[in-house]
Design a protein around this ligand. Structure first.
Ligand code: ADP
Ligand code: MG
Length: 230
């Protein structure tokens, strides 16, 4: 690391994970995401990207290795329809604050500010069923911002979005990372999204095999995809 590299917000060291069936998914996998940066995680289907995110989020326990997270952590999943739980936009963002025992005016302030950050404050009273997929993903992000978390994991959040909503979302996350000092780790297989990241990891056979400048990884994955098409 150079002197100017910020300290890591996410640090995964020598992580190994196997399912009960015995299938090894991660094999001494390591990665480090610098604070205040937007990094992407690439890899073919079944390479263990979702498993790694779930381990980082504490939803699974590794057999070996360590995970250090600096700050609170949130996760945004692929399917916009499975992560909003309340009937309206404002109520959904407020729901995540229940355990903090804030006053009603503090809740209102947090919710409004978080929705403003994702440009949805005008939709605060809108029923969540009436939102587009991209808007639902932004409500999920607002939920994390309202909880004042510093690290957000994204598991293919654009996979079910149309191309315009896809690029709007990735650009918005890039902007939120820059303006609010968040750290984001974003799983994708859509290579055009790499234009928005500060760096990327490529995972293969349970290990991170490449990291840093996304361009060589893009070339490598495009070449592999072309070979598969033939
Ligand atoms: N709940 C589960 N139980 C057993 N095996 C699983 C489970 N979830 C995923 N797997 C297996 O773990 C491997 C990695 O899956 P996953 O992390 O979802 O990959 P990716 O997100 O990169 O497509 C795959 O072989 C998959 O079949
Ligand atoms: Mg996955």
């Amino acid at each position: 690391m150079t002197e100017s590299t910020p300290l890591p917000a996410i640090e995964v060291k020598d992580l190994s994970f196997a399912w009960k069936s015995g299938k090894t998914v991660l094999d001494r996998c390591s990665l480090s995401v610098p604070r205040g940066q937007f990094w992407m995680l690439l890899g073919t289907n079944g390479s263990g990207k979702s498993t790694l995110l779930r381990l980082i989020a504490g939803l699974l326990t590794p057999q070996v290795g360590t995970i250090d997270i600096h700050g609170g952590l949130g996760i945004v999943f692929q399917n916009p329809d499975t992560q909003l739980v309340m009937p309206t936009v404002g109520a959904d963002v407020a729901f995540g604050l229940v355990s903090e025992r804030l006053t009603p005016s503090q809740v209102r302030h947090r919710v409004t500010e978080a929705l403003r950050a994702v440009n949805l404050v005008d939709l605060i009273r809108r029923p969540t069923y009436a939102l587009s997929g991209g808007q639902k993903q932004r409500v999920a992000i607002a939920g994390a911002i309202a909880r004042q978390i510093e690290v957000i994991l994204f598991d293919e959040p654009t996979a079910l979005l149309d191309p315009d909503a896809q690029l709007d979302l990735v650009a918005q996350v890039q902007e939120l990372v820059r303006s609010r000092g968040l750290t984001a780790l974003w799983v994708t297989h859509r290579l055009e999204e790499l234009d928005y990241c500060d760096g990327a990891f490529l995972i293969e056979q349970g290990k991170v095999v490449d990291r840093g400048d996304p361009e060589p990884m893009r070339q490598r994955l495009m070449q592999e995809a072309t070979l598969v098409d033939i």
